[in-house]
Design a protein. Structure first.
Length: 243
């Protein structure tokens, strides 16, 4: 498999405060890669820099092109999609209208019958089909997360980036969200997952990176990191230790 995303020596931050201090990692086509780490490590900053919400220095090679100086809108058209932890839905619009807006990239690229993708999204999220004419602002937290994820998929992204998809959700809904991520993985969707719930993230990912103070301190296959003593002690809890 070839690299879909190659990040090299990436620096980014807010004002004079540099958060990412030379970040380097890669993601292969069809992979689910997760970035875990403590609060303040730079996980969300990483996604915002990749998406172009924050300016960065270094190299971000996406699908063969260096996009470090590319505008956010052009990154969307290139095939990047971000589901932020705040979800950023159009609350006064219906579920289906949010999906249609999510299809902007497919429409601009003149993808034939792009609106039919809505039906595939409803297969992933049957609950949203029941609420297709309901305003997004009236949905539950779990439903809003599903809508944000489905709206991003409407753009037919080459890389789907998820920022804390389990944030603020009940355990049953978290399990459902991660089942959907696993299903997308089986369908070949490339996913970059930033997640505070390290256990769930490592269970669904192919490869994992541990981020601390803006730099990678550990990496490897997700199942190997799930058994790493340092990761267990720091992120998974002593209960995961082998007897």
């Amino acid at each position: 498999m070839s690299a879909l995303l190659q990040v090299t020596d990436l620096h980014a931050g807010y004002g004079r405060a540099e958060v990412l201090t030379g970040l380097s990692f890669s993601l292969l086509k069809g992979q689910v890669v997760t970035v875990i780490g403590p609060n303040g490590a730079g996980k969300s900053t990483t996604l915002n820099a990749l998406m172009g919400v924050l300016r960065g220095r270094g190299r971000i090679v996406f699908d063969g092109a260096d996009i470090i100086d590319m505008a956010l809108e052009d990154r969307v058209m290139a095939g990047l999609a971000l589901v932020p932890e705040t979800r950023e839905l159009f609350g006064s619009m219906t579920v289906e209208a949010n999906f249609i807006l999510g299809g902007y990239r497919a429409m601009k690229l003149r993808v034939p019958n792009w609106r039919r993708e809505i039906e595939r999204i409803y297969e992933l999220f049957p609950r949203l089909q029941e609420r297709r004419l309901q305003r997004a602002g009236t949905l539950s937290g779990g439903e809003r997360q599903m809508l944000a994820l489905g709206r991003a998929l409407m753009s037919a992204p080459k890389l789907l980036m998820l920022d804390e998809p389990s944030l603020g959700l009940a355990p049953l809904i978290v399990r459902e969200i991660f089942r959907i991520i696993e299903r997308l993985r089986e369908q070949g969707t490339s996913i970059l997952l930033v997640e505070q719930n390290a256990r769930a993230a490592l269970e669904v990912a192919d490869h994992a990176y541990v981020l601390e103070t803006g730099a990678i301190v550990l990496e490897g296959p997700a199942d190997a990191l799930a058994g790493d003593p340092l990761v267990i002690e720091t992120y998974l809890g002593a209960a995961r230790k082998a007897p």
